[in-house]
Design a binder for this molecule. Sequence first.
Ligand code: C2E
Ligand code: CA
Ligand code: CA
Ligand code: CA
Length: 279
Amino acid sequence: AKSEGRGNFQFFSQAMNAATHERVMMETRLWLALGEKQFELYLQPQVSLASGEVVGAEALLRWHHPELGMVAPGRVIPIAEESNLIFAVGDWVLVRAIEVLAEWRREGMDTLRLAVNLSARQCQGHELLPRLDQLIAGAGVDPSRLELEITESTAMRDPESTRGLLRQLRERGIHVAIDDFGTGYSSLSYLKLFAIDRIKIDRGFVTDIETDANDAAIVTATINLAHSLGLTVVAEGVETAYQSNFLRSRGCDEAQGYLFARPMPAEQFRRFMLEGKAR
Ligand code: C2E
Ligand code: CA
Ligand code: CA
Ligand code: CA
C-alpha cells in the first residue's frame, strides 16, 4: 500500500509537471506573440433594438498562433492573468482599441462606441488611468466613445478601489459597463455604489429565454432594474429572432450576438458598416 501511495504521488507530480510545463510553454508563446504581431482585435457589432442600427462594437482579443491556430481568449486571458503578461496583453488591447477609434473618426464613423474588456489585475494597478489619458490624448479621440467592460467579480474584488477607479473614469467621460451581469454571487448593492452606465446581461440568461420561464423572468427583471437606476442594458449572445424580439418587447436597449454578426476583423467591420449604410 505504501509503494502504491508513492506511485500515486509520482503520477500526481508528473501530471503537475506536465501542467506546469504546458503553462510555461504558453507563457513563452504569449511573450513571443506580442513581438511577432500574432494578436488581432476582432470587433462584434452592438445593435440598437429600437432602430436596428449598429451603435457600437465590443473588442475581442484573437490570437493566431502559427502552429496552434486560433487560440480562444478564454484560454489566453487566464494564462496571462496568472503571470505578469496580463499587463502587456491588456496594454496591447488598449493601444489597438484607441487606434480603432482613431480610424473610425477618420472614416466618419465617430458616433460608434467601442467596448473594451478589462481584466481584474488591470483594474487593480495604478497604471490604467494615466495610460488611458496618454493614449486618448495622443490619438485625439473622444473619451465618451470608449466603454470599459468589467465583470461583477472583478469589481467586487476590491469594491473601494473599484469605486475610485470608476469615479475617475466617469470624470473623463469614459463609459463603464458591468459584464456578465448576474453570474457572480455579489449583492445588488454595488449598483448604487459604483458609477456605471450599462449592464450587460450574460449569454447564460439569454440562451434559453424561449423555453425557460425563469430565465425570461430574470432578463425582464434585470432590464427593469437597470432602467429604474438610469442604466442602459445590452444583451449578449443573441442568436435567434425570438430572443431579439423578446428583448425588444421588454425594452432592452441593445443586443449583440451571432444573429446580427460574429466578431470580425476591423477591416471587415468597416465594410460591414459601409454596406449597412448603403442598404
Ligand atoms: P465576454 O466578454 O463575455 O465576451 C463575449 C463572448 O461571447 C465572446 O467570446 C464572443 O465571441 C462570444 N459571443 C458573442 N456573441 C455570441 C453568440 O451569439 N453566441 C455565442 N455562443 N457566443 C457569442 P470570446 O471572443 O471567445 O471571448 C471570451 C471571453 O474572453 C470574453 O467574454 C472575455 O471575458 C475574454 N476576453 C476577450 N477579449 C478580451 C480582452 O481583450 N481582454 C480581456 N481582459 N478579456 C477578454
Ligand atoms: Ca465583455
Ligand atoms: Ca460578457
Ligand atoms: Ca460571458
